[in-house]
Design a protein around this ligand. Sequence first.
Ligand code: FPP
Length: 241
Amino acid sequence: MTGSDFTVLPRHVAVIMDGNGRWAKQRGLSRSEGHIEGAKTFRRIGEYAGDLGIKHITFYAFSTENWARPQQEVAAIMHLFGDYLNEAYDRLEENRAKGIRLRFIGDRNGISKELCGLMDTLEGLTADMDKVNLNIAINYGGQQEITHAVQSIAADVKAGLLRPEDITKETIEARLYTGEQPPVDLMIRPSGEQRISNFLLWQSAYAEFWYSDVLWPDFTERHFDEALKAYEKRNRRFGGI
Ligand code: FPP
């Protein structure tokens, strides 16, 4: 498919990359091997979304709750994330030619200094790009994100920089990790689960959801097309009639 095969494209797509563990279990492999396949799917779908003309896409790579997993699995995910960062750095010119801006959303506390350094470098080196905004959520939690925004607003109120009556929806939005990016139009969750799992809570206030039983490592460009076709048919009323 190409972007022109769709009458309307979502401006912002959010993807919960779920089902890596089950995919591995079905094959008698370790959970980490499931994440290796999941990381390949992430690369393919990220690239495809950009080719279709999706302007903003956010992938959920690691949640604030995922630290509760076995240490070996956490290390494997961080390692795969590091591999991706190094690859993105090696392919910087290629990514810049495609107009890709990289952002990493989530709490940097808890992430290694080395990974944080690479994330800062990549964000800086792609900050002038605006064709495709590729966001990766790492150590991310929607409730934590809103809590941080509230803390920063409270600090400004305390310092006399902001009056409580001047706080608007935009004041809060500007302090979220996604900053000035548009709200989520379409949220994709494979693997049969039908929950939001603390992902982009504020930004998904009016998001359309698309679920499927396919496990993330088996998710293909055709599934992504299917989600976009379903989105095309939705009648979005935003609380109106
Ligand atoms: C959820 O599936 C998946 C994760 C918690 C990790 C996702 C990470 C990657 C795809 C790789 C690293 C990321 C990048 C950006 C290179 P699950 O393990 O909960 O699956 P299950 O529900 O079947 O157990």
